[in-house]
Design a protein around this ligand. Structure first.
Ligand code: ZN
Ligand code: ZN
Length: 159
């Protein structure tokens, strides 16, 4: 597989982040992360399994896929988009940003995802207290914003 610089650096940082959590980026986990980093869009566990077979010529069992994804989610290297039930690699691996409240922009047409840096956007404690006033406890707060990306927009206009 084509290994660009960005990918190499992200994987190195991912190793470090795992070590910090006293965990290991095993071969399968690393392969799963590699696929998510290179696809550049949100994919489902089943799409991941298919990609795994084509790229690594190896089998990824659903159980293993879910475990790897769960692990990567736990250490914030991967995020799960709840509304789409798909996974996306963290866009901030390289800056080691912490995730107070992730914001995702999701293109409804090509499913590419952009992750906004949360420091510039609304703050979690406001949302938490508003949720509590309404009678909710936030469990895994993240904001998913649906839209259409510029690339799709210009393709549509040219069609
Ligand atoms: Zn992230
Ligand atoms: Zn798009």
């Amino acid at each position: 597989m084509h290994q660009n610089n960005h990918l190499r650096i992200s994987l190195q940082l991912a190793e470090k982040i795992c070590k910090k959590h006293d965990m290991r980026l095993t071969k399968k986990r690393r392969q799963v992360l590699t696929l998510l980093l290179t696809t550049n869009k949100a994919i489902s566990a089943y799409e991941l399994i298919e990609l795994f077979e084509t790229n690594f010529d190896d089998v990824l069992l659903p159980m293993t896929a879910y475990r790897a994804l769960e692990f990567l989610e736990e250490v914030h290297l991967v995020h799960r988009l709840n509304t789409a039930n798909k996974y996306v690699a963290c866009a901030h691996i390289s800056c080691d940003a912490h995730h107070e409240l992730s914001h995702f922009l999701i293109c409804q047409q090509c499913l590419c995802v952009d992750e906004l840096n949360d420091s510039h956007t609304s703050n979690l404690s406001d949302l938490t207290s508003q949720a509590e006033q309404t009678g909710y406890q936030l469990t895994s707060p993240q904001i998913e914003l649906n839209g259409i990306c510029n690339k799709c927009l210009s393709t549509n206009n040219n069609a």
